[in-house]
Design a protein around this ligand. Structure first.
Ligand SMILES: Nc1ncnc2c1ncn2[C@@H]1O[C@H](COP(=O)(O)OP(=O)(O)O)[C@@H](O)[C@H]1O
Ligand SMILES: [Mg+2]
Length: 410
């Protein structure tokens, strides 16, 4: 046992002979020893000198050992207490152990090594308990810190997922705004052309020089131009209405009834600005009469992410990419939704990690790696389905999603 010199032992015994021999023996081993001749003084010394261990007799005047023990235990549950008592006091010794004494030695002490052994064992045990408590405290602290960082991480992840969803919506808005600009621009040009023509006609009429041919030419212009205005305004209205629904659905998590095929066409219409200037094509093959009571926003998030991934990753460096959607009802009211592209495909590692949050091969180039993890969560949690990915390098990708056609709201 090391650093004995720093350990302080309190010996409480009414027999001076015992005290002296114990003190002498322990001091030889380098312990600092203090003593008391009865329980009352012993307790006072305990409070004043704060020993590291107490050796205590049971039968003593003033205050007996059991009472000392109980009082010491009230102050400290950890300090080692060893009972030194006569062979006749077995029942008291048992009571002492029950009250929290760590060990006992029978008086008269025949072999001082027994005492040394009991004292060293008690100090080792105290050391062990101290270490264990420290370890437990460290562990608890680490646990609390871990919990806090986990919470922060979860919060950050949620925020990121949310902002990725919003970014998808932002992209949709920009694309659609751009798309609407064209028909509205054509409409404005056509209307102002009509305005000019009408002013000219009025002038000619006022001057009394209006010919029949002027009027006929004006009618022809009005007919053509108003037709063009009508077509362009209808196109804008169509874009706005499908976009409005898709945007509202995408930003909310509302459940409602919709026809899957019609809705997919609306989503594709609002995504069209993203690919209409490329030579890539989207083909849809969807069963007509699938009426879902589900979350339309989920479908628009899924398609938005998958189509953008095909355009960005799959068709990188390629022309004439084809995206193919096959949606059909299987038996047992399961909807199977297959999404394929014929692009660059993925390596086994990419395929393995595609649904991991933050996994991206475009880090620093606009990729967040959240798209497919959002898709995974939407399919498995919102739609209560499953998703599987098949892909190899230069062989395109194929996602097979399956989800129930009906389910009860929980
Ligand atoms: N259609 C695809 N073709 C090839 N690789 C793809 C396709 N879709 C996804 N990936 C791969 O999966 C990764 C993760 O996709 P995603 O979670 O949407 O993150 P991000 O698009 O931000 O990179 C992409 O970085 C890409 O390597
Ligand atoms: Mg993506």
């Amino acid at each position: 046992m090391d650093d004995t010199a720093t350990k302080k032992i309190l010996v409480i015994d009414d027999e001076v002979y015992i005290r002296d021999s114990v003190i002498g023996f322990l001091e030889d081993f380098g312990f600092e020893v203090i003593d008391a001749e009865n329980g009352k003084i012993g307790l006072e010394r305990f409070e004043k000198d704060k020993p590291d261990l107490v050796l205590c007799d049971l039968r003593m005047p003033e205050m007996d050992g059991l009472e000392v023990l109980a009082k010491v235990r009230q102050q400290s549950s950890k300090i080692p207490i060893i009972i030194v008592s006569g062979a006749g006091n077995i029942s008291d010794t048992v009571e002492a152990l029950r009250l929290g004494a760590w060990d006992y030695i029978i008086k008269p002490i025949q072999d001082m090594n027994v005492l040394y052994h009991a004292v060293s064992k008690a100090f080792e045990r105290a050391e062990f308990i101290l270490e264990k408590n420290q370890y437990q405290k460290d562990l608890e602290k680490a646990n609390v810190e871990l919990k806090i960082s986990l919470e922060t991480l979860e919060r950050t992840q949620n925020q990121l997922v949310q902002s990725e969803k919003m970014a998808a919506l932002g992209g949709l808005v920009a694309g659609v705004a751009h798309e609407i600009n064209t028909p509205v621009g054509v409409g404005v040009t056509a209307a102002s052309f009509l305005d000019t023509k009408t002013t000219e006609l009025k002038k000619t009429y006022s001057s009394g020089e209006l010919k029949k041919s002027d009027l006929e030419s004006y009618f022809k212009t009005v007919e053509e131009v108003s037709h063009s205005i009508l077509i362009n305004m209808e196109r804008a209205a169509e874009l706005i209405s499908s976009f409005k629904q898709v945007a509202v659905d995408q930003s909310s998590e509302n459940r409602r009834r919709f026809n899957l095929k019609e809705y997919i066409n609306e989503i594709l219409l609002s995504l069209r600005p993203r690919y209409k200037n490329t030579s890539h094509k989207i083909q849809v093959n969807c069963e007509e009469n699938i009426e879902l009571n589900s979350f339309p926003g989920a479908f628009s998030q899924i398609l938005n992410n998958m189509i953008m991934n095909s355009l960005i990753h799959g068709f990188k460096g390629l022309e004439n990419g084809i995206i193919q959607l096959d949606i059909m009802r299987q038996k047992d009211a399961v909807i199977q939704f297959v999404y394929k592209d014929n692009g660059n495909g993925m390596t086994p590692e990419q395929k393995e990690r595609i649904f991991d949050p933050f996994y991206t091969t475009m880090r620093g180039k606009g990729g967040t790696g959240l798209g497919m993890s959002i898709v995974f969560n939407i399919v498995t949690q919102t739609l209560k389905g499953s998703i599987d990915c098949e892909s190899s390098l230069n062989k395109g990708v194929c996602f097979t999603m399956k989800f129930p056609e009906f389910w009860e709201e929980s």
